[in-house]
Design a protein around this ligand. Structure first.
Ligand SMILES: [Zn+2]
Ligand SMILES: [Zn+2]
Length: 421
């Protein structure tokens, strides 16, 4: 796939938005680990390079150090890194005082997020060498970083260069590939939420960007049976799908094309567990399970012919109590008003049939469940080690932690009951 060509096609989009993606070069191929040094040189990386990895990702990227002949390489190798924290961002930045010109991040997730934030702060070039098709943040302009046990989304940079060796991706741990598949299925909920918000609030929307996400998601959906096999083709398709939705998100400068209410719900659970110092699951595992819950809820809408809508009734004392230590941050997003305040309930009633059409535009819960099962994904809250109480709480309360309209949030304004968990 020619990503440069694709990015060009979105210039001068009829929607009027300026769609940009600052990734300079994307190299995906079998055995290209041996070419990493050459790719960095071609993309103007200086000779003084910081290589950040953990022991697992470095050994997965066999041959990468050899390819860096001619570079002065400083290494920062973690035993393992499951959480990106401000402490680690500062640690990476401290290397820049020693004349480091660019960073090669080997891995995904926390290693990548840490480097994206550090390089953004210090204006250093960044290359991501991805070792697994596990999440969708490759092209993102923001990074979730934990500071004092709070996870905050900071401005970060997207890497100038992304490299993926499909042979390495195929050999990556199966749970990471399955997590990537789960993260892709979330796009169905994201697409529903984005379109529903556009219907009800007139939120900015681009049908071409939405179509890009839908196509990438459908392609990955159709690869479900290849996820757990050591298939280069399967791993490549998932990686491309994740990358494309990342590019879609950079086009809109919002996460709308790739993340809906299921991501917020996963975020809620993660924040609550961080307070208790629990090590988070892989992002796509939690997100996949939340996706199924949302699709089940959204499915319940299809059974209705009409709906009765009313202004949302919020008990803020109860909401604050449930958020606990997170309440002040949550309240900032709901003060002086909350996102549903400006919504005329009759708009929901009038648009109900259009909302149902939006829900029908993506596969049903049953179909996504079957695909995720084939793909080796975790499917229930028990599979991801959560209690029913926490999931129920997250399902009810998560919408308040983001100032963004979802169909899940709109249900609060209708007589449609929430599903039993
Ligand atoms: Zn557009
Ligand atoms: Zn995600």
């Amino acid at each position: 796939m020619d990503f440069g060509q694709l990015i060009k096609q979105y210039e001068n989009c009829p929607c009027g938005q300026k769609h940009q993606c600052l990734i300079g070069d994307i190299c995906i191929g079998s055995g290209i680990t041996a070419d990493v040094g050459r790719i960095l040189e071609e993309n103007g990386f200086g000779k003084s390079l910081l290589l950040v990895a953990d022991e697992t990702t470095l050994s997965a990227a066999e041959g990468i150090e050899k390819s860096l002949n001619g570079f002065r390489v400083t290494k920062h190798i973690y035993p393992t890194l499951r959480v990106a924290t401000m402490t680690e961002v500062r640690r990476i930045k401290s290397y820049f005082e020693q004349g480091i010109e660019g960073v090669l991040a080997v891995g995904t997730g926390s290693i990548h997020d840490t480097c994206r934030k550090a390089c953004a702060e210090a204006d250093k070039k960044l290359c991501l060498y991805a070792t697994a098709p596990s999440m969708d943040g490759f092209a993102s302009y923001s990074a979730p970083i934990v500071d004092h046990n709070f996870k905050i989304t900071y401005e970060a940079k997207c890497p100038e260069v992304i490299i993926a060796d499909t042979a390495v991706l195929a050999r990556s741990p199966v749970e990471l590939k399955s997590a990537g598949f789960g993260d892709m299925m979330a796009k169905y909920v994201a697409l529903i939420d984005w379109q529903v918000s556009r219907l009800i609030t007139g939120e900015s929307y681009c049908s071409r960007v939405a179509a890009l996400t839908a196509k990438a998601t459908n392609t990955v959906f159709s690869m479900a049976d290849k996820v757990t096999a050591e298939s280069e083709e399967g791993a490549k398709k998932i990686f491309e799908g994740l990358l494309l939705t990342g590019i879609a998100m950079s086009f809109t400068k919002t996460s709308r094309p790739g993340s809906g209410t299921e991501h917020i719900m996963a975020h809620y659970v993660e924040c609550k567990e961080l307070i208790e110092n629990k090590v988070p699951n892989y992002h796509g595992e939690d997100v996949g399970v939340m996706t199924l819950l949302m699709l089940k809820q959204y499915d319940s809408i299809l059974a209705r012919d009409s709906v009765t809508a009313f202004p949302e009734r919020n008990d803020w004392e109860d909401i604050k109590k449930t958020y606990g230590a997170l309440a002040p941050d949550m309240m900032k997003l709901n003060t002086p008003d909350t996102i549903t305040d400006g919504i005329d309930p009759t708009l929901i009633e009038k648009n109900f049939s259009a909302i149902k059409d939006v829900v029908r535009s993506v596969p049903r819960y049953e179909e996504v469940y079957a695909a995720m099962k084939k793909a080796g994904c975790k499917l229930t809250y028990k599979d991801i080690g959560k209690s029913r109480e926490l999931i129920k709480e997250a399902f009810y309360y998560h919408p308040y932690m983001r100032r963004r309209l979802s169909l899940r949030r709109l249900i609060n304004m209708t007589d449609i009951p929430l599903i039993e968990i």
